[in-house]
Design a protein around this ligand. Structure first.
Ligand code: SF4
Length: 428
């Protein structure tokens, strides 16, 4: 069986451009499981390769399955891509998975053949049965879509994602990116992780993490590793063991936590162990400068504690970045200003602001419907600009928040993209 897996083009911010492209690890786990089953798998990276090449190859090779990972922002692109794929090879089964398929399977009805919600490895293992089921259904109805819920696998038993399936030259030093856990036991109102991976935290054992790092070092000459878990430090004893193993085996890599961790999941002992094991950069999810907002969004961190933890990390030679949001549920412009006051006191090395974005069918989405209004539901604007407002924090206020960031902190990363909203407003 020939299977193509596609990572569609995702519009990226200036900050993301600077970080470079990350390998599509979710897709790679699936690809590795399929390869183990003896299938021929090819991965298409459309953030680099042209979709014309994909269409051309589909026409020529008529793969049995094309699997596509879909984010909300890439859904419009994927929809038109699927149209072209259907024309090129009508008999190919189209399978969609990833965050948007999980949150919004109804968007794929009569577009994809199979929609996979949640984690896809167990579904990949059952692929022949699924293909049989969809063929049976199609003999009865012309158009149909099968929605399946992927079971959460024991992630310690999953194979190490086989980077040889990728064109590694696309990812540069980011080939050293890896994930060691899934799920998050916390319950922040704005966050999607629980919908994608559940609140059950499942982590690779320290020895398996070491194996993957050693594989990256041996096979790809990696000197720098990035752990991109949603929350790497939930179980401190596990992180300490990972640090211990990295030192014991003299692995000699430096490493970072670019996706952010909570300030209340680390302490001095852990930060010291991390620093001694090669960690030189940590990002913390701080989100707001208002204790009230932090409580309201159930982030529940203490800003004094954040300040203390940042200082300790820096004392151990770890550079520190802070993630913040504009437009968290319950925020007002006055409360946003508290971030501006807070940031100089935190003495961070880097800051990053994102636009709070409610994704379809989530608690945040429902919150907007009760407390405010959407300006647009067009997915192409998600993450880029303010897609909703509330009576006490209007779009004008949100744009003022961006101006404040520019003027007070010299932060210009959002400036270009958010202005699209001015144009959208004139249409509403
Ligand atoms: S924001 Fe971080 S801590 Fe909160 S639920 Fe999401 S992953 Fe967990």
């Amino acid at each position: 069986m020939l299977i193509y897996l596609v990572n569609p083009q995702v519009p990226r911010s200036r900050d993301e451009e600077k970080k470079g492209l990350y390998p599509p690890l979710g897709l790679l786990y699936i690809a590795t499981v399929l390869k183990e089953r003896g299938y021929e798998v090819k991965i298409y990276e459309l953030n680099v390769e042209s979709s014309n090449k994909l269409i051309h190859d589909v026409q020529r090779e008529q793969p049995d399955v094309v699997g596509i990972t879909v984010h909300t922002v890439s859904f419009p692109i994927v929809k038109s891509l699927i149209k072209e794929l259907r024309q090129s090879s009508p008999s190919t089964t189209i399978v969609c998975g990833g965050p948007h398929a999980t949150l919004c399977p109804e968007d794929f009805i009569n577009i994809a053949d199979i929609v996979v919600r949640g984690e896809g490895e167990e579904v990949a293992r059952d692929l022949p049965n699924l293909l049989h089921a969809i063929k049976e259904l199609k003999t009865r109805a012309m158009k149909t879509t099968l929605v399946v819920q992927g079971a959460s696998p024991n992630i310690d038993e999953l194979p190490i994602p086989d980077r040889a399936l990728l064109n590694t030259s696309y990812y540069g030093e980011n080939i050293g990116v890896l994930v060691t856990s899934r799920g998050c036991p916390f319950n922040c109102l704005f966050c999607c992780v629980r919908y994608l991976f559940s609140r059950a935290y499942r982590a690779r054992s320290p020895m398996k993490v070491l194996q993957e790092v050693l594989y990256l070092v041996d096979r790809f000459n990696v000197h720098r590793v990035k752990f991109v878990d949603d929350e790497f430090t939930v179980v401190r004893s596990r992180v300490r063991e990972i640090c211990q193993l990295l030192k014991e085996y003299g692995v000699g890599v430096t490493w970072s936590l670019p996706n952010g961790i909570r300030v209340d999941t680390v302490d001095e002992r852990l930060l010291r162990d991390m620093s001694e094991a090669g960690c030189d950069l940590v990002w913390f999810g701080i989100e707001s400068g208002s204790e009230r907002v932090l409580k309201y969004i159930r982030k529940g961190i203490d800003l004094e504690k954040a300040r203390g933890v940042i200082k300790i990390a820096k004392d151990y030679g770890i550079r520190v970045g802070g993630f913040f949001m504009i437009g968290a549920p319950g925020e007002t412009l006055d409360e946003f200003k508290k971030i501006i006051d807070l940031i100089p006191k935190l003495d961070l090395d880097y800051i990053h602001f994102s636009i709070a974005t409610p994704y379809p069918n989530t608690e945040f989405w429902n919150w907007v419907q009760v407390h405010g209004r959407f300006i647009t539901l067009d997915y192409q604007y998600f993450e880029k600009t303010f897609i909703f407002e509330t009576p006490d924090y209007t779009i004008r206020d949100r744009l003022r928040a961006v101006e404040l960031l520019e003027r007070e902190l010299g932060y210009y990363e959002l400036s270009d993209d958010v202005k699209i909203i001015e144009e959208l407003l004139t249409r509403t």
